[in-house]
Design a protein around this ligand. Structure first.
Ligand code: ZN
Length: 275
């Protein structure tokens, strides 16, 4: 299994997920089908090898290429979590497996409602090497999470818990390159002495991997350098109290409250470290 990120629009990532068995490929959120198709051609993937499309959620910058895809690749299945997704042919739900699409790759659908109610993350496993990845759309970013457009802090907490329970070495393939802004926030929340957050800051400063941060950090890394994955951590609770985010009572009662406050602070844009 190979996963190739394709930058599209301003800061979105589309992906080409390719089988190592027969070279066939699936597009993930191919907003710009021409760009993703030409990236596939450059990788030696001929048009007849493209077997389907996975959509993470209905927002236009993710699903806006679906109609063009079904014109270019007629008859190929388009997966997604709701009828709001253009050109949808296969509606999927939490726990569904898609194992007959790409040879040697098991695809599991994880419903993570909050950013949108129809949000699906796709956990993919190479059945011969065991290598794993997860397409997290706008639910989980590197060191951040999506805005709660259609959901609640409780739902985002459940989404983070679900993604946290994936195998530690699962690589995270997110929907946007938002890492610089996310890390400015995370570095103001997490203790700078922690190696995971200081390493991430250094990686950004060094422009590791050419500044592309998708596909190089694991779920285990996120559990360390992503405050939204650490809502039960006393260190994060204490920081919220220290920042005065907890309100007059000065207490943060629950992990749901931590999630709500973290998102509110991040949206406000005032809590930032100089990185
Ligand atoms: Zn979105």
């Amino acid at each position: 299994m190979k996963i190739h990120p394709v930058p599209v629009r301003d800061d979105n990532y589309a992906y080409i997920l390719q089988s190592s068995v027969d070279g066939s490929a699936v597009f993930v959120d191919p907003y710009d089908v021409d760009a993703v198709s030409s990236a596939a051609t450059k990788l030696g993937i001929s048009k007849d090898k493209v077997v389907g499309l996975l959509t993470t959620h209905h927002h236009h910058d993710h699903s806006g290429g679906n109609d063009a895809f079904s014109k270019s690749f007629p008859g190929k299945p388009v997966f997604g979590g709701s009828d709001q997704i253009p050109a949808l042919t296969e509606k999927v739900a939490d726990g569904d497996s898609v194992n007959n699409l790409l040879q040697g790759v098991d695809i599991k659908c994880l419903s993570t409602p909050c950013h949108t109610q129809d949000h699906i993350c796709y956990h993919v496993v190479d059945s011969s090497t065991g290598k794993q990845g997860v397409f997290t759309g706008d639910t989980l970013f590197i060191s951040g999470c999506g805005r709660f457009f259609e959901g609640t802090p409780t739902e985002m907490l459940s989404a983070m818990d679900k993604l946290s329970s994936l195998p530690a070495d699962t690589l995270v393939y997110c929907g946007h390159e938002y890492t610089q802004s996310n890390v400015a926030f995370s570095a103001a929340i997490l203790p700078p002495s922690e190696p995971a957050i200081s390493q991430l800051v250094k990686d950004l400063q060094d422009k590791k991997n050419g500044g592309v941060t998708t596909g190089i950090y694991t779920i285990e890394d996120e559990k360390k350098h992503n405050p939204f994955m650490r809502c039960r951590d006393q260190v994060v609770k204490d920081k919220l109290v220290e920042l005065g985010a907890a309100g007059a009572g000065g207490k943060v009662e629950s992990e749901v409250e931590v999630m709500r406050l973290l998102r509110e602070l991040k949206n406000g844009g005032q809590v930032k470290a100089n990185i």
